[in-house]
Structures are given as C-alpha cells and as structure tokens.
Ligand binder design. Structure first.
Ligand code: ADP
Ligand code: MG
Length: 729
C-alpha cells in the first residue's frame, strides 16, 4: 500500500481523475487539504433528513427512504419519465429521471440512501432532477445477515454518515471514499501541539481527532473531534498572530519624543476647543508608546465623529517634532482629500508652511504628483495623506516614522505592511469607526491592541433614526421629501444614498448587495440608483430651484472634488450618492441622511452613513427607506440600526446577523486560507482561551526551541498567506 504524509499529493491514493476533480472543485491537492475538508454535518442511516426546508437552487445531500416509483409517458417529448418519491417519514421529495426506466428497479420502496442534487421547484413541488445517490446496504441482506444480531443492526442505523460540502461533480460520497483511502494510507502524524497542552486542555491527539471527525462510530466521536480541532485551529491562529507581534516588538524603532513648548504644545494651545477626556487619555498612551524604541501598534476605535482624526494629527505632530514623517492612508479619494483639507485647516498657516503636508492620489496630474513625491523623498514634506497611491513603488520617504491607516477595515494587512516597509520600523496607528467585538479583534486583528474613544465632543445634538417602510406607509414616505424641503429652506443640507449608480446597475459597493436575497426568496429586485433619483428629485415641485447633484465612485476625481466642494460650501442642497460618502465625510451643516433601499446595506454601513449627519450644532435625522417586509432578516437589520445608536451594541448585532463569510471577507474561498471549524461568531471563548494558552507557551519559550514540530508548523502557517487573508475583512 502507498504510504502518504499530510503534505503528499493525493493522486496516487485516490486516482488521477478524482484528484483532479477535487482540485478543481475545492483546490484540494494534498492529504492535509483533503483532511481539512471536514464534514458539514452528520446524518444517520436510521434517521432521515427533514425534507420540508430544503433551499431551492442549492446542492443538497439528504438521507431518505424510497416511498414509491411510477412511470409516465412524456407528452411533448418522446420518452418515459420515472418519478421516484423519497420521504423523511413526513414530507416527500421527487426524484425525476428521463428515459432511465431501470432506476425504478434499483430504487425499490423501503430502501434508504443518500441522495444528492440541486433542488428545484416544479409546479410548486420540490424535486431533484437526475440526482446522484448511494444506497445503504441493508444490514438484513448483507452476506451472513442471519448472524447479525440486534446490536449490530442498531450500530448500523446509528453510525454517523459524514455529509461533506460537495458539488454536483464531486458528491459527498466521493469525498468520503477519498478521505477513507487517504486515512488508510496515512503514515503516523506528527502532532505539533505540545503534549502538556493536550493534556491540560483535554485535547485529542491530532491523528485521532482527524480519524474521528471523518470516521466517527458514534456522535460523541465527532463531537470530541470537533472540539479538539476547533481548539487547535484557534491555537494555531493565535500563535501565529502572537509570534508576529513579538517579531515586530523585538524590532527597534526610533523613539519620537515631543518636547514641551514644541510643535505639539503649540498646536494644542491654538486649538479652538479642548480635547475630550478620551482624546486626552488615548493621546497620552500614544505619546508614551511612540516615545519608545519599540514600534507602536495600535488600533484606535471610536464612534463616527469622536475626533479620531485629531488624535492622529497630534501623533503626526509628535513625529514631525523629531524631524520624522507621517503617512495617512485613506480608503477613498474623497476621504483623502477631506483629511488633507481638514489637516491643513487645523494646522493653520504657520504650521502648514513648516510641515508642508502633501496629498497623493492616483488621479493627480503628473507634475503635481512629481512635486509631491520629491518633497516626500527629500523630507521637506512631513505629512502625506493619500489613497492606495501611497503604496506605489514610486513613493519613498526620507524618514517615515508613523503610518496612520484610516478606516482600517478597508485595508488588508499586506497593504499596511507595504506602507510599513517604506520606513525603518515606523509606529502604526490604525483607526476604525466600525467597532470591533473582542473576538474579531483577537482573530482578524490579533496583532493590534485596541484603544477606544467612547466620548463624543460636547455640543453634539444627536441623531434620530426612523425606518420608513414605503409599502406599508406610503404617506410617511412622502413626508420624507417634504421634511427635506423644510430643512433645506432653513439652510440645512440633505444626503440621499442609493445602493446603485444606474438603473439595472449592480451595487457599487459589493458590501451593499443585500446578503439576504437568497434567504428571503427574492431574486434581485431593482435597486434605487443615483442617476434616476437625481432626475426624480429634480422633477419634484418642492425641490424646484434647488441644486441637486450626484456623487459616485465612477466619476472622474476632479469631478468628484468639484461636487464635494460644492456640497461642503453649502451651494448644493441635496447630494445624491453611493456609499462613497460612507466613511468620514464631514459636512456639519448637513442635517438629514436618507438611505433608499436601506435593506441593501449592512448594519455597520448604515451606522456609518448615519454618522454623516448631526456632526455640528444641528440635530441629525436619519431615514432608512425600505420595501423589505416586516419579519424579514433585511428588515430586522435596519430596525436594529434605528433602535440604537451605540456602535458597540450594533457591532455585536451585526456579528449575530451577518454570516461568517461576510465578516472574514474573502477567506472562504479555497487556497487553504479559510477558517475550517472555528466560528468567530460563536467561538469567542475558545479563541480567547487559546490566545492565553499560546501566549503562555510563547512567553516561556519564545523561539519554540522545545517544540520543533510546532515551530515548523508555525513557519508553514506564516507562509501560507492565511493571516493576510484573514484580516482583510
Ligand atoms: P472621526 O474621524 O472620529 O469620525 P473627526 O476627527 O472627523 O471624527 O471629528 C469630527 C469633528 O469633530 C471634526 O469637525 C473635528 O474638528 C471635531 N472635533 C474633534 N475633536 C473635538 C473636540 N474635542 N471638541 C470639539 N470638536 C471636536
Ligand atoms: Mg474619520
């Protein structure tokens, strides 16, 4: 027999054809990758799958019993249709076969098996067309059946049957038999997890856990295996994150000290307001950490409008005081432009002249860009604000001491890394207005420690939020526009946000596509779009003579600047936009935020959008328009947003409502990058505990010299790109 290790290819064991199919469907090439493909659930030969809630359009595998079979001559086509009904004892599901009369011979009433296919509805009834299936051998008819006692029959019916994530080309039993071949051929596995940790945590040895997750004899087998593998997964992840953090901390950075009576003090003295308590507290931590030879790595989270930008600017001044430079990375041009302008304004003419801040975006005229690049390379500019353009190879710094990443969740770790590489261990301050629950912080952002601002600057008038169900309350919907006209008449401004740019267009922001369409059974209904909304509002009598403009990500950057400028200056009354304005846009005179088809947006997005109003002396009003019906998930989500304005509460709700894949972004697709059994939504305790265990181990033995297998595994993990994928959420 062939003997394989976890890193062997599987073609020799499972055959070239199956190996190819597995690679194509799941990017599975090695034994490890195959064994990592764990069952989605377990069925029993004696227990049938409930048939009444099968999702239409999806590939399913069900365990069921054949009820009956009949044949029908087709009227329009020439041929015979065999229809076999299978049952779970309550409901039925039809299996249809065209011109395969022999199927009725195999599918005799009473036989049981696993049936796989795509569920579709025909004349209101669910069916699988030409399904694949595998019948269970009836224990009564097995050779020597007369010897089978009752206990053996019971074991047969109660043995869990693994049901794998499968496709039409690679059904679950193909995966199951491939896994069994590999398990039989597998050489003993080296277990990376130290024996003392296994003992202390009650964790199964790796080989046993893998065996039991794929070949359980009873439910308790796979349950224990899952528990062990979940812990291992959390442990591997935390160990990798912690090890990386240690590496960064070992690195020497340059201490950036602020002297009293220097730039930072001068700036603080000139501020027209005083810092909030939280701004001050957070500022002190940052000041102390940058005044040290260990690079700072901090994630600053704080509500929209809590004044994070000011905190960042003060950090930049501290670096500038030492002669160093800072780079602030923003996710959109609009935001980069706005940060740049507000930094220039906050600095005032003297400090601006001294520090020479520059803006760098992708669409700048060549001459301007060249000037900016030159002043960064020579060190005459101490502050750079920009988009992804900052990451380009052509950008170099004289002495980059601090990188600030605004709206951190819009960037991946590798982008932060690219910018970091442009300096000698610069300090890092990542910022987010999307509060991050602790488990996510530990998982996706495990190498950044958080700082939090909860307090808003004084004098904020607050924001009221209402859901406007257009179908149920058409008069309230009409009131939305009347109220807007009133606010505009008293000098305020209004945002209207739509999910799409053009009729029939896709959501501009992939995040804005409703994740619930499939569940609620509504195929893509048309979405409110910017272009039609502008035309429609312009045609309304109450908006006659008002300036109504569109802003979308598809526009040229100078056009975007112009439109944004017109709105900031107050000349434009209504700005109709996509989520380009989601993050950070600051126009304190705006008082109403109207979101059309609000159900197309996620909880945090809506919270962000709402944060665009109520930023000044005027109270904010946020109106979430929707045609989603009561009781749907989509409606639940926007009602949650209306019910609370606490971003931290919303972040938890978001975590409950969103699906795992949405939270961890792209990680679900192949490449060995995804979390397998661990669920950040449910396994917070395991993650936190695994972190403690990993930390204790690393503290005692930073180089893992006592644990060579673990060290090797850690290196492999680091190279796999899994961490990078994970954090891009
Ligand atoms: P964030 O980036 O956290 O959403 P900003 O930094 O954009 O918030 O701040 C929002 C507004 O609040 C800005 O106009 C800023 O000048 C103002 N601001 C910041 N800190 C204070 C403060 N301590 N007192 C009054 N206004 C403040
Ligand atoms: Mg901001």
């Amino acid at each position: 027999m062939v003997s394989v290790t976890l890193d062997s290819g599987i073609a020799d064991v499972v055959g070239a054809r199956t190996a190819k199919a597995l690679e194509k469907a799941f990017a599975i090439r090695t034994a490890r990758e195959l064994l990592d493909h764990v069952p989605r659930r377990y069925s029993k030969r004696g227990e049938l799958t409930q048939l009444d809630s099968l999702p239409i359009g999806e590939q399913v595998s069900v365990v069921a019993q054949v009820l009956d079979a009949r044949e029908r001559r087709m009227q329009r086509r020439n041929g015979v249709l065999t229809e076999v009904r299978i049952t779970d004892g309550v409901g039925t599901l039809a299996l249809t076969f065209f011109n395969q009369k022999w199927q009725a011979e195999k599918l005799k009433p009473g036989v049981r098996g696993t049936f796989a296919g795509k569920v579709n509805a025909y004349q209101g009834r669910l069916q699988l067309q030409h399904p694949d299936y595998q019948l269970f051998d009836d224990p009564d008819e097995a050779p020597g059946a007369e010897l089978l006692d009752e206990a053996a029959a019971k074991a047969w019916s109660e043995t869990p049957v693994p049901i794998y994530p499968a496709t039409a080309q690679v059904p679950t039993w193909t995966i199951q038999s491939s896994v069994e071949l590999v398990l039989d051929a597998l050489a003993p596995i080296e277990d990376p997890l130290p024996a003392e940790v296994q003992r202390a945590e009650g964790i199964l040895p790796l080989g046993q856990a893998i065996e039991l997750i794929h070949r359980p004899k009873r439910d308790s087998d796979w349950q224990r295996a899952q528990q062990s593998l979940r812990f291992r997964e959390a442990f591997d992840l935390q160990l990798a994150l912690l090890a990386r953090r240690m590496r960064m901390q070992i690195a020497e950075s340059r201490a950036r000290s602020a002297v009293s009576g220097g730039l930072l003090d001068a700036f603080d003295d000139a501020l027209p307001f005083s810092l909030t308590g939280d701004q001050r507290a957070v500022g002190q931590v940052i000041r102390a950490e940058m005044d040290s030879e260990r690079p700072m790595h901090r994630l600053l989270q704080g509500e929209v409008g809590s004044g994070k930008t000011l905190v960042a600017l003060r950090a930049m001044l501290q670096v500038a005081e030492d002669g160093g430079q800072s780079a602030m990375l923003a996710p959109t041009e609009v935001l980069a432009g706005q940060h740049f302008r507000s930094i220039v304004e906050a600095l005032g003419p003297d400090l601006t002249a001294k520090l020479n801040p520059v803006l760098l975006t992708g669409k700048m005229p060549a001459a301007e860009r060249k000037r900016a690049l030159l002043s960064l390379a020579s060190g005459t500019a101490r502050i750079a604000v920009g988009t992804h353009a900052l990451l380009s190879d052509t950008v170099s710094f004289y002495d980059l001491g601090l990188i600030v990443v605004d709206e951190q969740h819009r960037f991946g770790v590798e982008q932060r890394e690219t910018l970091r590489q442009k300096g000698a261990q610069p300090h890092v301050l990542a910022m987010t207005a999307t509060p991050i629950p602790r488990t996510i912080a530990l998982t996706a952002f495990g190498d950044l420690e958080t700082l939090t601002i909860r307090e808003l600057p004084p004098g904020r008038q607050g924001i009221e939020t209402f859901v406007v169900p257009e179908l149920e309350m058409p008069r309230r919907a009409a009131r939305v526009w009347a109220r807007s006209a009133e606010d505009i008449a008293s000098g305020r401004q209004v945002y209207v946000v739509c999910p799409a740019i053009e009729p029939g267009g896709k959501a501009e922001d992939p995040e804005a596509a409703s994740p619930d369409d499939a569940e609620d059974g509504k195929a893509a209904k048309p979405m409110a779009n910017v272009m039609e909304t502008v035309a429609w509002l312009r045609s309304m009598p109450q908006f006659e003579g008002m300036q109504i403009e569109a802003l979308t990500g598809a526009m040229a950057s100078d056009e975007k600047d112009r439109v944004m400028g017109e709105f900031s200056s107050g000349r434009t009354n209504i700005l109709v936009a996509t989520t380009v304005i989601e993050v950070g846009v600051n126009v304190p005179n705006a008082s109403i935020m109207i979101v059309r088809d609000a159900d197309r947006f996620g909880v945090s997005q809506l919270h962000q959008l709402r944060g665009r109003v109520g930023r000044g002396e005027h109270p904010g009003l946020c109106l979430l328009m929707t045609t989603a019906e009561q009781g749907t998930k989509a409606r639940e989500r926007i009602e949650a947003v209306a019910a609370t304005s606490d971003g931290f509460v919303l972040a938890e709700i978001d975590l409950d409502l969103r699906r795992e894949g949405d939270i961890l972004g792209t990680v679900q697709s192949g490449n060995g990058s995804t979390l397998k059994l661990l669920r950040v939504t449910k396994d917070g305790d395991i993650i936190a505990h695994a972190r403690d265990v990993a930390e204790a181990l690393l503290t005692a033995d930073p180089a893992l010299s006592e644990h060579p297998i673990l060290a090797a595994r850690l290196a492999q993990y680091g190279e796999s790109g899994r961490l990078e994928n994970l954090a891009k959420s």
